[in-house]
Design a protein around this ligand. Structure first.
Ligand SMILES: *[C@@H]1O[C@H](CO)[C@@H](O)[C@H](O)[C@H]1NC(C)=O
Ligand SMILES: *[C@@H]1O[C@H](CO)[C@@H](O)[C@H](O)[C@H]1NC(C)=O
Ligand SMILES: *[C@@H]1O[C@H](CO)[C@@H](O)[C@H](O)[C@H]1NC(C)=O
Ligand SMILES: *[C@@H]1O[C@H](CO)[C@@H](O)[C@H](O)[C@H]1NC(C)=O
Ligand SMILES: *[C@@H]1O[C@H](CO)[C@@H](O)[C@H](O)[C@H]1NC(C)=O
Length: 253
């Protein structure tokens, strides 16, 4: 049943259409991706996001069904993506079954998960889930690997002090979407929050037991959102009139 439920979790992909709103231009550019392609709405005013969640790569690598399930997931992505032709893809957490991962090669699984996106050159980003924080893998390790091997990854790491433990909760960031290549300010902000969860390796000499990590977004993120929005408002005008927002998080509040 576990095999099937995970396979169907992947099948449960979702498309979101957002309608663009006109934007005023401004001289200050706080776009955090100066070297990456600017993400824009289509000419017809739509922006299509395809979401995959709970892919759980690397489950039971010592059984036949784990690797076969991963091959099936990759096959599904390679079938869905050319069909949907999304403008952006979100992998919304539990990319890896961390509790079945090996320390020496756990992040290789990240390469496997994002391979279809690299191949088809689709911009994307990820959130991490409770299964991505385990003894042999952390959210930070996954994000660093992704940034290294995926040229069109827009995943970023929160500034120091934001998100709780920097290993288990760093995936808080935002991605601006512009009306057109020429727009000075974005009309949509995609927000990504790290809901932590899972386990951290034992951090006390008294025990070898892994430590459970709180499975919600760390309170420091609230102030960070306010600070970021204040920056955006200053650069691009008040949010209410100028920008829509859409948020992604693995474990919702
Ligand atoms: C992989 O996909 C094939 C064809 O759809 C299916 O028969 C098989 O059960 C799947 N394997 C797993 C482990 O889900
Ligand atoms: C972590 O990786 C090590 C080294 O491969 C392995 O021996 C150990 O069983 C793994 N631990 C867990 C909890 O999976
Ligand atoms: C990692 O190493 C283990 C143990 O040697 C192996 O079973 C597994 O397939 C490897 N995983 C990857 C992604 O290379
Ligand atoms: C161990 O980690 C937990 C969870 O991150 C933390 O609350 C606790 O303070 C840590 N304990 C020590 C001794 O570092
Ligand atoms: C370790 O155990 C000792 C003795 O039970 C206790 O006094 C101490 O507070 C423990 N330390 C931690 C970090 O849990």
């Amino acid at each position: 049943m576990k095999v099937l439920s995970h396979f169907f979790a992947l099948l449960h992909y979702l498309s979101i259409y957002v309608v663009s709103v006109p934007t005023p231009s401004n001289d200050v550019d706080i776009n955090p991706y100066p070297t990456k392609p600017r993400l824009t709405f289509r000419q017809d005013g739509t922006f299509k996001i395809t979401v995959f969640s709970d892919q759980h790569y690397g489950e039971n690598p010592w059984d036949w069904w784990g690797p076969e399930q991963d091959a099936n997931s990759t096959r599904l992505m390679k079938r869905v993506l050319p069909d949907e032709k999304p403008d952006y893809v979100v992998l919304n957490g539990d990319l890896i079954t961390g509790e079945n991962a090996f320390k020496e090669n756990a992040t290789l699984l990240v390469e496997e998960v994002v391979a279809p996106l690299n191949e088809l050159k689709i911009p994307f980003s990820t959130t991490q889930g409770n299964h991505d924080n385990q003894v042999n893998i952390t959210h930070l390790a996954e994000i660093k690997r992704e940034q290294l091997i995926a040229p069109l990854s827009y995943t970023r790491i929160a500034p120091p002090g934001v998100g709780g433990d920097p290993e288990q909760g760093p995936g808080n960031y935002w991605v601006p979407i512009y009306a057109s290549k020429a727009s000075r300010s974005p009309s949509l902000i995609l927000w990504f929050f790290d809901s932590r969860g899972g386990f951290a390796p034992a951090n006390s000499t008294n025990t070898s037991d892994p430590v459970e990590v709180e499975d919600w977004v760390h309170e420091s993120v609230a102030q960070w959102i306010e600070d970021e929005v204040a920056l955006m408002d200053k650069a691009w005008g008040p949010s209410e009139e100028n920008r829509a927002a859409l948020a992604f998080v693995h474990i919702p509040p």
